[in-house]
Design a protein. Structure first.
Length: 74
């Protein structure tokens, strides 16, 4: 129950995303779970940059990594 409450509270809080993070967020929102490489290709960004941005978004509690280099929005 506490995990569900924490998730609900986290989603209610406003998280500031920069322009590139918003591009990735919107892509994941439309396409659900996606691999790092596919995100980079479809967002027209270098893979190394997307990897760093996704890590930052993970630390902000916006996305979570899954096995197989997959990422999804929380």
């Amino acid at each position: 129950m506490q995990d569900a409450q924490k998730t609900a509270i986290q989603k209610q809080l406003f998280v500031e995303l920069d322009t590139t993070e918003k591009v990735i967020y919107n892509y994941l929102k439309e396409n659900e779970k996606q691999q790092l490489d596919i995100i980079a290709i479809n967002c027209n960004l270098p893979i190394f940059k997307v990897a760093g941005i996704l890590l930052n978004m993970e630390l902000k509690g916006v996305v979570r990594p899954l096995p197989g280099k997959l990422f999804e929005i929380l």
